[in-house]
Write a new protein. Structure first.
Length: 95
């Protein structure tokens, strides 16, 4: 019984130490930008956080803003265009 209690205490301490690091890795940032093809802004493009259901669409001027993990990936899709994936890499502005 003593060994079990000692092991559980160690596990609890390990979890308490590791939890702040998980919070840092999972922090979201607000990413914004403008989607365009050449000089033409693209309205109605879907911007989705890869692997989630979080998504938005660009406005009439091609602008978007979305909350995503700092180390996540955004997927841009629109009819008539190939899907594009862009790594966020801690950026808040993607153009």
């Amino acid at each position: 019984m003593y060994v079990f209690v000692r092991s559980m205490k160690r596990l609890l301490v390990l979890l308490l130490v590791a939890m702040p690091f998980q919070a840092v890795l999972a922090q979201n940032v607000t990413v914004s930008g403008t989607v365009s093809a050449g000089d033409t802004a693209l309205p109605g493009v879907t911007v989705q956080v890869k692997g989630s259901t979080v998504a938005t669409q660009t406005d009439g001027s091609g602008n978007f803003s979305i909350s995503a993990p700092a180390r996540g990936t955004l997927v841009f899709t629109s009819v008539g265009f190939a899907a594009q994936e862009v790594a966020i890499n801690n950026r808040t502005l993607i153009e």
